[in-house]
Design a protein around this ligand. Structure first.
Ligand code: ZN
Length: 467
């Protein structure tokens, strides 16, 4: 089938609003593999608001940019959907709603950062307004755009076509937070984990499990604080390739403390690469505070023989757009930091990879965000029943249903497989999730596919001059 084409005509004369609405329309077209043409004939012409030209579909217009930083006011519920941008006739502005989720201007207004310096989950768009994070709201809005477009162009498939030709494709990733060959370092870490389980989480069962697992692994001469080899074996058995992120330089006590020059670290990373997995940068704790540090970490990993195309911040530590500028300076093509450590779900309401929006230039950034949807530890907060963990993870990954193809990530630390950190059944949950029938690829592969889709969808076409 030839690639269908679409054109968007907007009524607004506000160049900021126009740029953002075109961004949202690109998100729609990228999800569905549609080419956006700036002018001339198209298979379908979509109007946003009352335009002079004839159009096949007209979408309600109610989007009004807010000055930044300012929070999103409480939504109005219409047909079971939270609406931030209603048109005067009471209909939601579908593209405007997508802007609100993907560009997330709401978070810029947060003044109550957590003690790590992050926007906490309760201050995101979903958190502030009590919206269910396991619902991919942006997909739901884009499904309504698609329903409208299909009335004019019924030959379009009902569901978005995956660039991978599989019904659902996800990214499995592992942040290597503990890779020391030093027995003393590892023993100290495990003692700390026991203390955290008993004192902070009051989880006696896990405290006992950690002590027993450490003794058992030590007796077998297995590393007590990491289990990269075990994860590699399980993934090799399934023919699945994953993304492993590495802290290339530690400059803070909260960094792992291992060095790329250590023999154990080199051998482990070589084993990961030899198995065909992707190695990426796990930006160190202070990597965004010191100019050039994140780029330096990309350089260090490349110099060690492992060039990376993207990464995720250690502790998911970042405030906002400074993450993207540092990554772009480093030459990165993807990021997978946007999620939460203790809450499963969709921070941007997006169960698909997207280009972050830059309010300074009013255009999307040339970098693919692969939303982080499930970090293993968050399953413990989602449900206390370990037997429900795999199903919970699979359900949230597939929450877009027919309105998405995937392209989002899960994070399981290799340390979760040792039994010396978290409840050991989180490891079982990982394997059960992989065995649930979905397709798994690396972050780099998703970034490639998404970038091509967004490019075809006109994301990099310059719109009217922005003041
Ligand atoms: Zn980390």
């Amino acid at each position: 089938m030839t690639v269908p084409t679409a054109r968007l005509i907007v009524a607004t004369t506000d160049p900021r609003a126009e740029a953002r609405l075109r961004y949202a329309f690109s998100a729609y077209a990228a999800l569905h593999g549609i080419r956006v043409v700036p002018d001339g004939p198209a298979d379908v012409t979509v109007a946003h608001g009352d335009v002079a030209e004839p159009a096949d579909v007209t979408l309600a217009a109610g989007y009004r940019p807010r000055p930044l930083p300012s929070p999103a006011p409480a939504p109005t519920w219409v047909d079971g959907m939270p609406c931030f941008h209603l048109a005067p006739d009471g209909r939601p502005d579908l593209l405007g709603e997508v802007v609100e989720w993907l560009a997330a201007p709401h978070e810029s207004a947060c003044t109550d950062l957590d003690d790590v310096g992050r926007v906490p989950p309760q201050h995101t768009l979903a958190g502030t307004h009590g919206l269910d994070r396991t619902v991919p709201w942006a997909n739901r809005w884009l499904a309504r755009v698609h329903a409208a477009v299909r009335t004019a162009l019924p030959r379009l498939p009902a569901a978005p076509l995956s660039p991978f030709g599989a019904p659902r494709t996800f990214v499995a990733s592992h942040d290597l937070d503990h890779l020391s060959g030093s027995r003393l370092t590892n023993a100290r870490r495990v003692v700390k984990n026991v203390a955290i389980a008993f004192a902070h989480r009051r989880d006696v069962r896990t405290g006992v499990q950690i002590s027993a697992a450490a003794a058992h692994r030590a007796a077998r001469r297995a590393p007590i604080a990491d289990d990269v080899r075990g994860v590699l074996a399980g993934e090799a058995a399934r023919g699945i390739r994953a993304t492993y992120t590495v802290v290339a330089e530690s400059t803070h006590p909260r960094d792992p403390g291992y060095g790329l020059d250590e023999d154990y670290v080199r051998r482990t990373l070589r084993a990961v690469a030899d198995d065909g997995h992707e190695l990426a940068v796990h930006g160190s704790y202070r990597s965004l505070e010191q100019p050039g540090q994140l780029a330096h970490e990309f350089d260090l990993l490349a110099a060690a023989g492992f060039p990376a195309t993207g990464g995720r911040q250690h502790w998911l530590r970042h405030r906002g757009a400074e993450l993207y500028s540092a990554l772009i300076t480093a030459g990165a093509r993807w990021d997978s930091t946007r999620g939460h450590p203790d809450d499963i779900g969709y921070r941007h309401g997006a169960a698909f990879p997207f280009l972050p929006y830059d309010f300074a230039t009013e255009r999307p950034l040339p970098l693919v965000e692969i939303p982080l949807v499930v970090m293993e530890r968050a399953l413990c907060s989602a449900t206390p029943d370990p037997a429900a963990w795999p199903g919970t993870a699979v359900d949230v990954l597939r929450a877009a249903g027919e309105d998405g193809w995937g392209g989002v990530a899960v994070l399981w630390h290799d340390a979760a497989f040792t039994g010396t950190y978290y409840p050991v059944r989180l490891a079982d949950a990982y394997w059960a999730m992989l065995d649930s029938g979905d397709h798994w690829v690396t972050a780099d592969e998703v970034a490639d596919a998404a970038r091509a889709r967004w490019e075809t969808a006109g994301a990099f076409a310059r719109t009217a001059a922005i003041r």
